[in-house]
Each structure stands twice: as structure tokens, then as C-alpha cells.
Design a protein around this ligand. Structure first.
Ligand code: KG4
Ligand code: ZN
Length: 344
């Protein structure tokens, strides 16, 4: 019988410093997150230099707290896993250096984790019999990607955004509408009182069979709507009623979700997927979850979605995915580097 495996996961790819201990890939013994939202809020987006400094300040206290709260001792940690790509290099490198140091000090293996793949792992952590193939949609602040999933460690990229990521579009449109950062939750809240059909914003589908995404045209359409087509006029947002802001937010949200659902269905049909997986920060959006659920049940598929608390960045997803790499013997060495981009 296989022994219990405790993995320490570390996440610092963007603006959350996180550490977690997960037992056997699914039992969360601890999960610590230090969010930098307040530090970046006034800039309307993440400032890499500020993110890096905050990670340096927080990484060791957060790791210590994760170990303490887990109830296990350091010697019971079987491996140290870290997100080494994709993300802000100056941020990733902080978690990577901490993970290497801990792995060396504890004499335990190091496991490299792709942050995007880890977001998907959050949707299948507790699933016993995953029906494959699955089509996986990751929607975050930095990425919008569709994968074909043959098994948990075998993800094939089918398409991704050619410009803005879905979360990035939420953040930028929130900024146009003078709503607070991060934009996703603010737009979702404002949209509750709005009419999603009030304004018809464009749905960019690209070439007929394309599984890529593009959201910059939609963002520009919102900008033109608020500032005038020639951009010569002042933004009207300050003079708009709550209802008008709500209508813009709801119409924008509907356009993003429409494209995400249509492209996901297209991929699922093409590859006869039995399951649809959804992860990433934007997966916290209730309407997106509902619309994908509706599409999945209409087409006789199962939708697996990350629990809301594990949609945005966290280290549980890192440690959970690392368990599968541990079992497969996929370890990294001390030459592991931080990468801004993504291998897959
Ligand atoms: O996965 P995540 O925490 O970080 C990245 O890996 O990028 O995603 C953050 C993104 C932000 O753009 C944020 O606005 C978006 O997720 N987000 C949402 C919601 N909650 C967070 N977007 C739409 N609706 C939400 N409820
Ligand atoms: Zn993320």
C-alpha cells in the first residue's frame, strides 16, 4: 500500500503569495494566502516590482504558517512543489528560490508546476472517475486557454487568446467604468442590476474553426461607448447613472461569456469530450458557471468547476497537481528556471 504523501505547494506567479500542504493530492491540511490587492489597487493592475518585493517579504512567514497550520512537522513533507511558469518572472523567482532552498534543506524532491495546468487541477481535485477526453477552459487574469485533456498530466493546447485575457478584459473594462480592481468581482456585482441585452457589444469569434480568443475589440468597444468613437470626447462615465453603468457591465459580461461558452462547445464537439473542466480566476463568475453548466447538461456532458475559493490563485492547486507528478516520478532539479511564458 502506498504511503501518505504530503506536498508543500508554493505559488508566487502574480499578486498572491501562497503556500499550502496537501495530503495525497486532495486533502487540504493548510492553505495560506497573502493577497497584494491593496498594494496594486491604486494602479488598476499589478506592478511587477511591487509584487516582487511583497513576495520577498511574505514568502517565509506564509510557508511557516502553512506548515504550522497543517499539523505536520517539516520532516513529514515529502516534496516541495512550486509554480515556475507562466507569470511575472520577478514574482515567480521568489517562490522558486524559496522552494529550492526548502527542498535542499529538507532533502526532499522539487516539483515544477505549470500555473495554468494547476488552475485546472482545482476543478478535479476530488473527482474519482474522470470521464475522458475532457475539454478544459482556463480563464484568468493572464490567460484564456482551451486544452484537450487526455489525463491529468497530458494537456494539449487547442487555442488561447491572441491579445487580452478574459480576466484582463474584466480588469480593463472595470477601470474604464471607474470600478475597483480586481475588475472581475466589481463587474459581476455591478452587472447584477443591469440588462445584458441593453448594448450589443461584439463577439469576436476569429476564423470559422479557430479555438483562439480575442477580447481587445470588445474592450475597445466599451471604451468607444463611454468616450465616443473618435476618443475626443471626455469619458461620460462620471455622468452616467448607476443603471447605465450596470447595463454596460452586464452587456460586457454577457459578451465575454457568450464567446467563452461557444468556443468551449466548439472544442467539446470537435473532440467528442465527455467532460468540461473550468478553472482560473474568472471561473469564480457565477454567470459563466451557470451558462457552461447549462451548455454541458444540454449536450450530455459533465461540467467540473473549481470551488470558488480555489478559482483565484492559491497554493492548494500547486500541491494537488504535484501529487500526480510525484507519483509519476516527474521531479525537477536545482537548475529549474522561472519562465514568463508557458511550455504548453
Ligand atoms: O487566476 P487569477 O487569480 O490570476 C491569474 O492567474 O491571472 O485570476 C485573476 C483574474 C482577474 O483578472 C480578476 O478580475 C478575475 O480573475 N476574476 C473574475 C472574478 N473573480 C476574479 N472575473 C470575473 N468574475 C469574477 N467573479
Ligand atoms: Zn492564476
Amino acid at each position: 500500500m502506498q504511503n501518505d504523501i504530503n506536498i508543500l505547494g508554493i505559488e508566487t506567479s502574480c499578486d498572491e503569495t501562497a503556500a499550502a500542504i496537501v495530503l495525497n493530492g486532495s486533502e487540504v491540511l493548510s492553505s495560506m494566502i497573502s493577497s497584494q490587492i491593496e498594494l496594486h489597487q491604486k494602479y488598476g493592475g499589478v506592478v511587477p516590482e511591487i509584487a516582487s518585493r511583497a513576495h520577498i517579504e511574505k514568502i517565509y512567514p506564509i510557508v511557516e504558517q502553512a506548515i504550522e497550520q497543517s499539523g505536520i512537522s517539516k520532516k513529514d513533507i515529502d516534496a516541495v512543489a512550486v509554480a515556475n511558469q507562466p507569470g511575472l518572472t520577478v514574482a515567480l523567482i521568489v517562490g522558486l528560490t524559496a522552494a529550492k532552498t526548502l527542498a535542499l534543506a529538507l532533502g526532499k524532491p522539487l516539483i515544477a508546476i505549470n500555473h495554468i495546468h494547476a488552475h485546472l487541477q482545482s476543478s478535479m481535485m476530488d473527482v474519482q472517475d474522470l470521464q475522458l477526453p475532457a475539454i478544459a477552459l482556463v480563464v484568468s487574469g493572464g490567460h484564456t486557454s482551451l486544452y484537450k485533456c487526455e489525463n491529468i498530466l497530458d494537456l494539449h493546447l487547442l487555442g488561447s487568446t491572441i491579445d487580452d485575457a478574459a480576466g484582463e478584459a474584466f480588469d480593463k473594462v472595470a477601470s474604464i467604468l471607474n470600478l475597483t480592481y480586481p475588475g472581475g468581482p466589481s463587474i459581476e456585482k455591478a452587472a447584477k442590476d443591469g440588462n445584458p441585452k441593453a448594448i450589443h457589444f461584439p463577439r469576436t469569434m476569429l476564423a470559422k474553426d479557430s479555438l483562439d480568443f480575442s477580447f481587445s475589440g470588445l474592450k475597445t468597444a466599451v471604451l468607444y461607448y463611454c468616450c465616443g468613437q473618435d476618443m475626443k470626447g471626455q469619458s461620460r462615465v462620471a455622468q452616467m447613472s448607476q443603471k447605465e453603468i450596470a447595463d454596460i457591465a452586464a452587456s460586457f459580461q454577457a459578451a465575454v461569456i457568450d464567446v467563452l461558452v461557444r468556443k468551449t462547445k466548439m472544442a467539446a464537439d470537435r473532440f467528442s469530450a465527455k467532460t468540461i473542466l473550468l478553472g482560473g480566476g474568472v471561473a469564480a463568475n457565477t454567470l459563466l458557471r451557470m451558462e457552461l453548466e447549462e451548455m454541458a447538461s444540454r449536450t450530455n456532458r459533465t461540467l467540473l468547476v473549481a470551488p470558488k475559493k480555489y478559482c483565484t490563485d492559491n497554493a492548494v492547486m500547486i500541491a494537488s497537481l504535484a501529487y500526480h507528478k510525484y507519483k509519476a516520478g516527474l521531479f525537477a532539479d536545482m537548475s529549474l528556471e522561472a519562465k514568463a511564458g508557458c511550455d504548453n
